[in-house]
Design a protein around this ligand. Structure first.
Ligand code: ZN
Length: 182
């Protein structure tokens, strides 16, 4: 599965693509980045019981899980009474979905390979035949072979998605926020 770098860059692409000629809004930007990564917080849930992989790539990486998290985000937005809610909501839905898309096109060397998109109705896992991204390893994390492998994986993600994010930012023509008192 891909690293948070790939998911964050996908979130950035989504934010820029839907912010044409707008002033950069750090709060919205980071909310979209959070949405692009939130499914992988299942690793943190696993850490609580001493096994990071215990809940990883389960319901959080399914359409149903994504839908439930989208409902939670919408409840938070509603409670906050944010302006621009429809646009922000669309960005969050796309960011949540991008997690599934990025993981689907990522190589997975664990079994079963891929993500269980149709849980709880089907346990089948799905992985694209074409894998753009490498599997980020979390076993023996501080050993040289794993460090080198993960560096290679993250470099590949940056090489593929970095230019897309920069292009999206440039095309969007995002304005810098005015400094207070300027
Ligand atoms: Zn994931």
């Amino acid at each position: 599965m891909a690293s948070p770098v790939a998911h964050s860059l996908a979130g950035a692409v989504i934010y820029f693509a839907l912010s044409h000629k707008r002033t950069f809004n750090a709060k919205e930007f980071w909310l979209v980045i959070l949405a692009a990564n939130v499914a992988d917080f299942d690793l943190l849930a696993g850490l609580l019981i001493g096994n990071a992989e215990a809940f990883h790539r389960t319901i959080s990486h399914s359409f149903l899980g994504t839908f439930v998290v989208a409902l939670l985000f919408s409840a938070c937005l509603w409670a906050k009474d944010e302006t621009n809610i429809p646009r922000l909501y669309v960005m969050i839905i796309l960011a949540l979905t991008s997690q599934l898309l990025i993981d689907w096109v990522s190589y997975d060397d664990s079994v079963p390979r891929g993500i269980p998109l149709l849980l709880p109705w089907s346990p089948e896992h799905y992985m694209s035949k074409t894998q753009l991204f490498l599997h980020v390893r979390r076993d023996h994390l501080l050993t040289m072979p794993v460090i080198l492998h993960n560096l290679k994986a993250v470099s590949r993600e940056m090489l593929i998605l970095g230019p897309v994010a920069l292009l999206a930012c440039w095309v969007a023509g995002i304005r810098r926020p005015q400094k207070q008192g300027a």
